[in-house]
Design a protein around this ligand. Sequence first.
Ligand code: ZN
Length: 89
Amino acid sequence: MAGQMICTNCGHVGKPKRITKGSIIVELGLWICFLLPGLIYSIWRLSSRYDGCPKCEYPNMISITSPVAQKLFNQLYPNTTDPGTAAPS
Ligand SMILES: [Zn+2]
């Protein structure tokens, strides 16, 4: 249960995933064809990287132990007491 996070968007329970926007293909293409846009694109991708929900990629996951998460969890999974085993992974 420790370290588990709940998604406030879809209710998925689990560990957040590191999400990077854009694509490595575009990044490489830009680097090869145009140096400066490639650099800008790389910086943008690094700065927009975030930890989000592995299911819907929503950036706002909160710790399952927080009061808000507990309330949300009880609404979503009323028959389950242990958040660690609630959601299929
Ligand atoms: Zn989600």
